[in-house]
Design a protein around this ligand. Structure first.
Ligand code: ZN
Length: 129
């Protein structure tokens, strides 16, 4: 399946991990490109300002560019899990790919490792506990 097809099967629902999360209603094989992560492209300073003043926690970084996904319908809700089933890879200057890190079954919540230090302090997963 193409990435644009997978995105149709990603749904936002209440999550057992935190708040809302995104879930797949189809099986996704390891390595599949699931969806494009894109949004407002902002500077590092603007990223800091939005995080501090607006409590914006929806900003991705691709190594060069900060991408604010606050106005997206789905990807903004992806939750952190240390034992995650998805990964984020480069796509182009202003976007990223969400890919399947392992085989994902229909009904599973999609998760990534947010990868910044503070996350492991409040993460409640078995690895962190
Ligand atoms: Zn954890």
């Amino acid at each position: 399946m193409q990435a644009k097809d997978y995105e149709k099967f990603i749904h936002v629902k209440e999550s057992p991990i935190h708040g809302k999360g995104i879930f797949t209603s189809v099986d996704i094989p390891e390595g599949s490109h699931i969806m494009v992560i894109q949004g407002d492209v902002i500077s590092g300073n603007e990223c800091e300002r939005r995080e501090e003043e607006e409590n914006n926690v929806y900003i991705f970084w691709n190594g060069d560019t900060y991408i604010d996904t606050v106005n997206t319908e789905k990807i903004k809700y992806i939750n952190h899990l240390c034992d995650c089933n998805c990964d984020v890879i480069d796509r182009d200057e202003n976007s990223l790919w969400l890919i399947a890190y392992r085989d994902i079954k229909a009904g599973e919540e999609l998760t990534i490792d947010y990868g910044y230090d503070e996350i492991y302090e409040w993460c409640k997963c078995a690895l962190c506990a």
